[in-house]
Design a protein around this ligand. Structure first.
Ligand SMILES: CC(C)(COP(=O)(O)OP(=O)(O)OC[C@H]1O[C@@H](n2cnc3c(N)ncnc32)[C@H](O)[C@@H]1OP(=O)(O)O)[C@@H](O)C(=O)NCCC(=O)NCCS
Length: 466
């Protein structure tokens, strides 16, 4: 409840300004109900009132200026989106509803003692702002399991695609193939009142997230395992079932999947996949359309595809320099990459300015489970070498590793060798963040996005004095 709780100060400030009772009471008792939708339904009116009060009191205040560099530079640094589920601090990294990754590893329920957090727990937190207890997480797991079956026509759609189609293309197409099931699209067609939008968006969100392990694993099995599909295990949680349906039954791989699926969920609202989902959803395109759009952005090499690129790059190092290259050899390799006009994948970030905590927790996992793995050693060697080189270039704003610098090596170790599939795993997780926000975007009645664009002509005329 910290994300919402932190704002209690703002609540009393608003109440003073408005001469009303405090309007924010997100901390009024932690809900014990195991029904996620009813917990959410209780919170929505409070947050709607809160947003109304913010608009009334602060609507005309400025939140920072916009320079020409920002306009040209991909809107970098412009505060222009409301995103409730997480917030990124440049130095500290991501906080989900106010909680850091190490805090959540301690506080969220796990499947085994001292195990990794269950992504369902994070989903509960993102949707409600409340840390769930074990029973609530178990109920959400069960609800997702009950919605998880994939209609037959989806696999038929996937199979009709060219066999060389990249798994991300298949994933995005598979999500669209599910779109005819959208309860939001059906409700809109019937003329639903806009105050109720969040309800069918919630249903779509639950249905879509529930089906992603089956969809992703079907793609995996079709592309890499001859189309031999594996049924979901009714005793497993959402992330473990993903590993299980891909063909990985051992507990350690399932633990990795729980960690992986938790940490990739959300990274505030401005990154390409989150923003694309949000933008498309703002036109009231349903969650299937909007999440598919987000996936198309995630497929880019500067965004989610970087985890695949990192691994190809590490393999090139290994092929050229062997398993145990020296520091100097690695330095030369990094410089050669930069001089050939390419980026060092897995390093740098548009907002972060320190090592990504999502990288750090994967490193902790690796030190616990695979300390002597040669590829992990190589990743560690890059961690020692790359930042100072990127600093030396004088232009890279963040020389530190991001989430993608580590994930591939962990997946390789557990036998998930197919790099082209890695961004699909990222996308499965990302659904939890961007669709939780989609529920809130509709609950808060956020409008269609429409920033202003200008031509070069406009900039020249405005500032050259001509
Ligand atoms: C993530 C990324 C796209 C952020 O881009 P950004 O916000 O424009 O980053 P910066 O402001 O630091 O970029 C300034 C310059 O440094 C370069 N740069 C940034 N990260 C770099 C990297 N890892 N390797 C080489 N050059 C890099 C940029 O390409 C840019 O060069 P230019 O001025 O010649 O165009 C960028 O760091 C990158 O391409 N990283 C590698 C891909 C990756 O890991 N993506 C996953 C992100 S989670």
């Amino acid at each position: 409840m910290r994300g919402i709780g932190k704002l209690r100060g703002l609540g009393s400030l608003l109440s003073k300004n408005l001469g009303e009772q405090p309007i924010i009471d997100g901390t009024r008792g932690i809900s014990n109900s195991t029904d996620l939708k009813s917990v959410l339904a209780e919170k929505i009116p409070q947050q709607q009132e809160r947003l109304k009060a913010i608009k009334k009191s602060y609507g005309s205040k400025q939140m920072g200026g916009v320079s020409v560099d920002m306009v040209i530079g991909g809107m970098r640094g412009i505060t222009g989106l409301l995103w409730e589920t997480s917030l990124l601090d440049p130095d500290e990294g991501i906080r989900f509803r106010g909680y850091s990754i190490p805090e959540l590893q301690e506080k969220l329920p796990s499947a085994i003692p001292d195990g990794e957090p269950l992504p369902e727990g994070l989903m509960w937190l993102l949707l409600t702002g409340e840390l769930p207890n074990k029973e609530q997480v178990a109920a959400l797991s069960a609800d997702l399991r009950s919605r998880a079956a994939l209609p037959d026509h989806v696999n038929a759609t996937l199979k009709a695609m060219h066999p060389n189609t990249h798994p991300m293309t298949q994933f995005s197409a598979g999500v669209l193939a599910l779109q005819p099931e959208s309860t939001f699209a059906a409700a809109y067609e019937k003329g639903i009142n806009k105050m109720q939008y969040w309800d069918p968006v919630y249903e779509d969100t639950m249905n879509l997230i529930a089906k992603l392990p089956a969809l992703a694993s079907t793609i995996y099995r079709n592309v890499y395992k001859g189309g031999d599909l594996i049924e979901a295990d009714p005793n497993l949680d959402w992330a473990a079932n993903l590993a299980h349906q891909m063909g990985f039954q051992d507990q350690e791989t399932q633990e990795l999947m729980r960690l992986y699926q938790t940490i990739h969920t959300d990274h505030e609202g401005g990154n390409v996949s989150a923003h694309a989902t949000h933008l498309v959803g703002s036109a009231l395109s349903d969650p299937y359309f909007s999440f598919s759009a987000g996936l198309n952005g995630l497929a880019g090499p500067l965004h989610g595809l970087a985890n695949q690129e990192v691994l190809s790059w590490l393999f090139r190092v290994r092929d050229e320099l062997g398993d145990t290259p020296s520091k100097d050899q690695v330095k030369d390799f990094v410089w050669a990459t930069l001089k050939s006009g390419r980026v060092v994948p897995g390093y740098g970030h548009a907002v972060l300015r320190k090592t990504d905590p999502r990288y750090a927790c994967q490193r902790v996992f690796a030190m616990k489970h695979l300390p002597d793995d040669p590829m992990f050693r190589l990743v560690s060697l890059f961690y020692e070498v790359v930042p100072s080189i990127l600093q030396e270039t004088g232009k890279v704003k963040n020389p530190w590793p991001n989430v993608d610098a580590h994930s591939g090596v962990l997946l390789q170790y557990y036998g998930i060798k197919e790099q082209n599939f890695y961004t699909v795993l990222f996308g499965v997780s990302r659904a939890i963040g961007v669709l939780s926000q989609a529920v809130w975007s509709r609950a808060l009645g956020l409008p269609i996005e429409r920033p202003k664009s200008v031509t070069m002509d406009v900039i020249e005329k405005k500032f050259s004095g001509t």
